[in-house]
Design a binder for this molecule. Structure first.
Ligand SMILES: Cc1cc2nc3c(=O)[nH]c(=O)nc-3n(C[C@H](O)[C@H](O)[C@H](O)COP(=O)(O)OP(=O)(O)OC[C@H]3O[C@@H](n4cnc5c(N)ncnc54)[C@H](O)[C@@H]3O)c2cc1C
Length: 260
C-alpha cells in the first residue's frame, strides 16, 4: 500500500466483530480498507447467539461471523491473513509488520503494509502497540486494554481502537456498534466530506429541493426491488443448511484435550 495515495488508506487489525464492522463503514465511506488477521474471532466459541437485533430466534454465531465478513468483502474491503506484530509511525501514516499465521516451513515471510490510518480491533493482543509511548495500555488481571478517548482515538494521531481491546463490554452488538462508531470518528477526522451512509428512496432529498448529501444515495423503486431480491437470495442461501463448523473451544480446554 502507498500511504501517499490520494484515497485515504486504513488498515484494520483484527477481522472479528468490531474490526469487520469498522472496515465495512470505512470502505463504504470511500476509504481504501484492508483487514489484517486471519485468526478466529472469539465469537466462534459461542454456542448460539441470541442477543443480536434482527434475529428473533437467535443465529448461529459462525454464520453471523461469516456474514460480517461477506458484508465487508461486498463493500470492497481487502483481506490479509496473518498477525500484526509491529506497528511503527512513518511520515503521514503507519507501517505494519504482518507475520504469516502458518507454521508450515517456507510458507511465506513477514510482509509490510503501509496505511494512513489504523484501527486496532485485535482482541486480545495489544503487543504490537507496546513500543508506542503515546498509546496507553492498561493491564487488568490477565488482560490488557488500549486507552481511548470517548470517540475511539488513541493517544497517537491516526491510530484508533475498537471493540473489546478498547475496553468495551463483552457482547457482539456492543463491539460491532463500537467498531462502527470508531469508523465514523476516523472518517470525520479525515479529509473526506461529511458522511451519513444512508440509502433513501428516490426523491427523499431531491423532491425537497435538496442535494443528496455526501455518502447518501437515492434509489428508485426498481433498484430497491432489485436489491431486496438480491438480499433475499443471499440470506436464503446462507440459512439453507446448518453451519458446518462446531464451536471452537477455549484454548486451555483444547490444550487439556491434546494432553499438553
Ligand atoms: C464462549 C463465548 C460465548 C459468547 N457468547 C456471546 C453471546 O451469546 N452474545 C454476545 O453478544 N456475545 C457473546 N460473546 C462475546 C463476543 O464474541 C465478543 O464480545 C466479540 O466477539 C468481541 O468482538 P471483538 O471484535 O472485540 O473481538 P473478536 O471478535 O475476538 O475479534 C478480534 C480479532 O482480532 C484478531 N487478532 C488478535 N490479535 C491480532 C493481531 N495481532 N493481528 C491480527 N489480528 C489479530 C483475532 O484473531 C480476532 O479475529 C461470547 C464469547 C465467548 C468466548
Amino acid at each position: 500500500m502507498d500511504a501517499t495515495a490520494e484515497q485515504p488508506r486504513a488498515a484494520v487489525v483484527g477481522g472479528g466483530v468490531a474490526g469487520l464492522t469498522a472496515a465495512t463503514f470505512l470502505a463504504r465511506a470511500g476509504i481504501d480498507t484492508v483487514v489484517v488477521g486471519g485468526a478466529e474471532s472469539i465469537l466462534r466459541r459461542n454456542a448460539h447467539l441470541e442477543n443480536v437485533p434482527g434475529f428473533p430466534a437467535g443465529v448461529n454465531p459462525r454464520l453471523f461471523a461469516d456474514l460480517l465478513k461477506r458484508g465487508a468483502e461486498r463493500n470492497g474491503c481487502l483481506f490479509e491473513d496473518g498477525t500484526v506484530t509491529e506497528l511503527a509511525p512513518i511520515e503521514g501514516g503507519f507501517q505494519l509488520r504482518v507475520e504469516p499465521d502458518t507454521e508450515a516451513p517456507g510458507d511465506g515471510n513477514a510482509r509490510t503494509l503501509v496505511a494512513d490510518y489504523v484501527v486496532a480491533a485485535s482482541w486480545s493482543d495489544p503487543e504490537y502497540l507496546r513500543a508506542l509511548d503515546a498509546v496507553g495500555l492498561v493491564d487488568r488481571g490477565s488482560k490488557t486494554y488500549v486507552e481511548i478517548d470517548d470517540d475511539g482515538r488513541t493517544g497517537m494521531d491516526g491510530l484508533y481502537a475498537a471493540g473489546r481491546i478498547a475496553g468495551k463490554a463483552h457482547q457482539t452488538v456492543v463491539c460491532a456498534g463500537h467498531g462502527a462508531d470508531v469508523a465514523v470518528t476516523l472518517v470525520e477526522d479525515s479529509e473526506l466530506p461529511f458522511y451519513h451512509d444512508w440509502v433513501a428512496p428516490e426523491g427523499y432529498f431531491t423532491d425537497r429541493g435538496r442535494e443528496v448529501p455526501p455518502g447518501c444515495e437515492e434509489i428508485d423503486a426498481a433498484e430497491r426491488r432489485r436489491r431486496e431480491r438480491e438480499s433475499m437470495a443471499v440470506m436464503t442461501e446462507a440459512f439453507e443448511t446448518p453451519h458446518p463448523d462446531e464451536p471452537t473451544t477455549h484454548p486451555s480446554l483444547s490444550e487439556d484435550r491434546e494432553g499438553t
